[in-house]
Design a binder for this molecule. Structure first.
Ligand SMILES: Cc1cc2nc3c(=O)[nH]c(=O)nc-3n(C[C@H](O)[C@H](O)[C@H](O)COP(=O)(O)OP(=O)(O)OC[C@H]3O[C@@H](n4cnc5c(N)ncnc54)[C@H](O)[C@@H]3O)c2cc1C
Length: 432
């Protein structure tokens, strides 16, 4: 979408092939519906909190079908917006699956189209492990349109999609278990963030099982999941969020000479060029940094390189990201562990507190913030947070980190009082 529109605005003659719904994973079965569901799930605590503020709240009820119906309506509206954007940009749209038939040729719906440049932006798809009874499990794709909400759910995985859905199910009143084969959630994030989010989610009532690897699923009325250690859990829904694979199967890329990685990802250079000079790839299909704003940025950098004569490499440094679990997590830059590998010495600053909004209630949730500073240059090289609105807060901090701000410059910034965010500019004591 983005590559088509921006390339057309630079004067390129563009055609796009899409065999699904416009907007891709993010709009249809990713970021957008996920965030809507996450809002829905957070209301449960809000109703509870409101009582501490003097509100009389009647018995709250939740209707899953209403949520799904309203979500579907909003997504259909967005699909329409995207389609109109393409038409207005003068992009020719082919509503069919495309295959690459040569370095400069694509087949779409039985028609051969030649082009000077071909861009592969086919995204990724969830994978399921090979297990007995795996046909009884779902992935995030199906979770967005379940007929009914289960009474119990078991989510397998320790990455952001698993945490988000465990929080969604739990918030909507489902008895939820999260099982992960590793020892710490959110691999690749700062280790302390993984530990804190596990503590907070557990405290809210999500049962988390570490070192738990499913061995088989059985349907005996309810679902029965057996783990490798022999332990058996009964549940009503099993969702696997254990990985995604780039969409390159039967795309014809190998025949055109495009080199693929072992996981199927298109191998590209810093300019998103594949091993065939006329074929480029951006987004999840390259399995670099699998996030929507990264995919769209890669698309814009490529359009600039190809059609505006400005060779623009990708820039994957300091990409901020959030996990819309409850509580939220957000991060930018290096984890403490990565910073210790990269720099001779690092200073760590931390804050942990109960947010003002919760202080009149029984809610025990603690907000956690952490800054990672390179001792030699005093640059803030990482900022991490677990707590309400973490994504909204880290987005602003990310600008400072991207610009190379020092700890002294953070300290010289006046806080906005009273907010949680102000803690990022008032951390004075180094962690021992
Ligand atoms: C549950 C979930 C939650 C997520 N949440 C977030 C989030 O909060 N924030 C964030 O930044 N990212 C999030 N992501 C990741 C984000 O959705 C992806 O990084 C992003 O969609 C990648 O964009 P893309 O253009 O590379 O691929 P996609 O969005 O997957 O688009 C690929 C498109 O290509 C089409 N296609 C595939 N093959 C063909 C073919 N042969 N012919 C024609 N069309 C084809 C597909 O139908 C699809 O529309 C989430 C993902 C999931 C699954």
């Amino acid at each position: 979408m983005r590559a088509s529109r921006v390339s057309a605005s630079y004067g390129a003659k563009v055609a796009i092939a899409e065999d699904g719904r416009f907007g891709g994973t993010c709009v249809n079965v990713g970021c957008i519906p996920k965030k809507l569901f996450s809002y829905a799930a957070h209301f449960r605590e809000d109703f509870d909190l409101a009582r501490a503020y003097g509100w009389t709240v009647g018995e709250a009820g939740f209707d899953w079908r209403t949520l799904v119906r309203n979500k579907d309506r909003e997504i259909a509206r967005l699909n329409g917006v995207y389609e109109r954007v393409l038409a207005n940009a003068g992009v020719t749209v082919h509503r069919a699956r495309a295959t690459v038939t040569g370095p400069n040729e694509v087949e779409v719906g039985g028609k051969k189209i030649s082009a000077r440049h071909i861009l592969v932006a086919t995204g990724s798809w969830p994978t399921l492990p090979v297990l007995d009874g795996i046909e009884h499990a779902i992935t995030s794709n199906e979770a967005f349109s379940l007929e009914r909400l289960p009474r119990r759910a078991l989510v397998v995985g320790g990455g952001y999609i698993a945490l988000e859905f465990a929080s969604i199910f739990h918030g909507l009143g489902v008895e939820t278990m999260l099982t992960y084969r590793g020892k710490r959630l959110l691999r690749g994030f700062d280790a302390e963030i993984g530990e804190r989010i596990a503590e907070e989610m557990s405290a809210k009532g999500v049962t988390i099982c570490f070192g738990c690897e499913p061995a088989a699923l059985r349907k005996k009325g309810a679902l029965e999941i057996e783990f490798t250690d022999g332990r058996i859990e009964k549940t009503d829904l099993v969702m696997f969020a254990t990985g995604r694979r780039p969409n390159t199967a039967k795309l014809g890329l190998e025949h055109a000479g495009v080199k693929l990685a072992a996981d199927g990802a298109v191998i590209v250079d810093r300019f998103s060029a594949s091993s065939v000079p006329s074929i480029h790839a951006v987004g999840d299909v390259t399995n670099r940094v699998n996030l929507t704003p990264v995919a769209t940025a890669e698309a814009m950098w490529l359009a600039r390189t190809l059609f505006r004569g400005e060779r623009t490499p990708v820039d994957h440094d300091n990409v901020p990201t959030a996990v819309f679990s409850n509580p939220n997590v957000a991060t930018v830059g290096l984890s403490e562990e990565r910073a210790r590998e990269r720099f001779a010495a690092v200073d760590i600053y931390k804050a942990s507190f109960r947010a003002l909004k919760l202080t009149m209630s029984e809610h025990k949730e603690r907000t956690f913030m952490k800054l990672v500073v390179d001792r030699a240059s005093q640059r803030v090289v990482g900022a991490h947070m677990v707590g309400a609105d973490a994504g909204e807060i880290i987005q602003g901090v990310a600008i400072a980190v991207k610009l190379g701000a020092t700890k002294a410059q953070f300290d010289a910034t006046i806080g906005i009082h009273p907010t949680a965010a102000e803690e990022f500019v008032t951390m004075r004591d180094k962690a021992p």
